[in-house]
Design a protein. Sequence first.
Length: 230
Amino acid sequence: MLDPFGQAIHNFRRPASGPRDLVHPGWPESTPTVTLADGGRIRLRPLVRGDGQAWREQRILDESFLRPVEPTVGGTWELAHSTSAWWNNLLGLRHAAAQGQLIALVIELDGHFAGQVTLGSIQHGCVSDCWIGYWVHSAYMGRGVATAACALGTDHAFRRIGLHRVTATYLPDNPASGRVLQLVGFRDEGFLRKNLHINGRWQDHHYVGQTVEDYPESCTARLRRAGRLR
């Protein structure tokens, strides 16, 4: 199977190594695989066209979880997750990735589509940062999947994209997301008033971040040492 840019999925079976691409470092690349405390194996790999059905089905099923915490969609949730919406979303993400601005990665758990991690607003040079966002299908919640995926994404930003800083935001009424970010090593840095239009209205967000020199070990190494990964 090929993705929209003609790259075969099997190219992403091994984690990336070696020199980074000069235009879009970190893409299209997969992360190493880590093992959850319950034995599940998880990695991040590029989003490809064959993910469309799983993406649509999982997000439609999880509307009650996702709509309250994600940017407002126009029209119905089903329309925002139609086949045409999937293609528009994928092609938009792929175009941004080709420009080195964003990387969309599938959370793959034991070989199955389990959610998504996005590294967005990538900037190099004197800024050298990005934000991280993620969602996990409800069938896999409660196993530490979000924490492991966030750690893998943050490590990818530091080690393969070569960034200095990664930031994230979370809603005040979503402490579970704040806990995930805390476990991965993000620190409180501020509070953003009326920051994003979420679920039909402008909403406040906690603002957190970490830099590559904050810790001597990677995010996944710290989780492993804490017993959250094997």
